[in-house]
Design a protein around this ligand. Sequence first.
Ligand SMILES: Nc1ncnc2c1ncn2[C@@H]1O[C@H](COP(=O)(O)OP(=O)(O)OP(=O)(O)O)[C@@H](O)[C@H]1O
Ligand SMILES: [Mg+2]
Length: 257
Amino acid sequence: MVESIIDTTMRTLSCSDINHCERTMKLLTFISFKGGAGKTTALMAIASCLLNRGKKIAIFEADDNRPISQWRDYARTKETWDENCEVITADTLEDFEAGYGKAEQGGYEIALVDSQGGGSELNDTILINSDFVVLPTALTVLDTDETIETFKYVVSRLADEGGDMNVAILKTRVPTGKLTKAQTRTSELLDELPIFTSVLHNRNAFEDMKFRGLLHQTAEKLEQNPADKLLAGNFHTAIKEADTLAVDLLDALQGEN
Ligand SMILES: Nc1ncnc2c1ncn2[C@@H]1O[C@H](COP(=O)(O)OP(=O)(O)OP(=O)(O)O)[C@@H](O)[C@H]1O
Ligand SMILES: [Mg+2]
C-alpha cells in the first residue's frame, strides 16, 4: 500500500525526479474499537500543539459524524483556528489516497487521522501506512478490555506487513484526583503494554475544546477578558499537558526518519 500511495503521488505530480516524490509527510493515526474512547479529543489537543510549534498539518476525517469539520467551523467563527491546518474527509480508500497525495503536494508535514471505529479496509490501509499509531483509552474495565483488543488487532495488521510496531496506548480522561482501586488496577494492567508516560487528564478545557477551537488560540482569546482569566489558566494547564505528549510524538516520528 505504501507503494500504491507513492505511485498515486507520482502520477499526480507527474514528476520525473523521484526525490521530489518520496513520502515526506508523517502519518499519525488515532484509533480505538470502542466509541467515546477519546480519539477525537486527543487528536484535537495534539493538533493544537503541533500547530503552535509551527507544523503544517492535515487532519483526515474518517468519522462521518464530522467532529473535526465541526470543530474547524466553530473555531473559524470564533477566530480560534489556524489555516495551517487542512481538514480532509476520507470515508473511503479512494478519498484517503487522493487526499494523501494532495496533502503531500501541499507541503503538509504531519497528517493526523481520526479513524472510523472497528476494522475495515480503510482502517487497515491507514494502519499499515502509519508512522505511529495512538490508542487512546479511559481507565474503565470496559475501555481497557476494548483497548487490549484494539492493540492486538493493530499489532497483527502491522505484523502481517512486516512493519515496525510503532504503536502506543494513551491514557486519557484520567481523573485529576486520586484514582479508585479499580482505576489503579486497569492503569497498571495497561502499563504492561507500550504506553505513553504522559497522560491526558479529565479536564474541562479538553471537553470544551470542540466548541471553542484550537487550545492556544482559545487561551489567548480568554486572556483578553479579565472575567475569563481563570478559564484561561485552565486552558494553559491543559496545553502544558498536551504539549508534553506532542513532544513525545514528535520524538517518536523523528525516530522514524
Ligand atoms: N481528556 C478529556 N477530558 C475531558 N473530556 C474528555 C477528554 N477526552 C474526551 N473527553 C470527552 O469525552 C467524550 C468522548 O470523547 P471523544 O469524542 O474524543 O471520543 P471518540 O473516541 O472520538 O468517540 P467516537 O468513537 O464517538 O468518535 C467527548 O464528549 C469529549 O469531549
Ligand atoms: Mg471521535
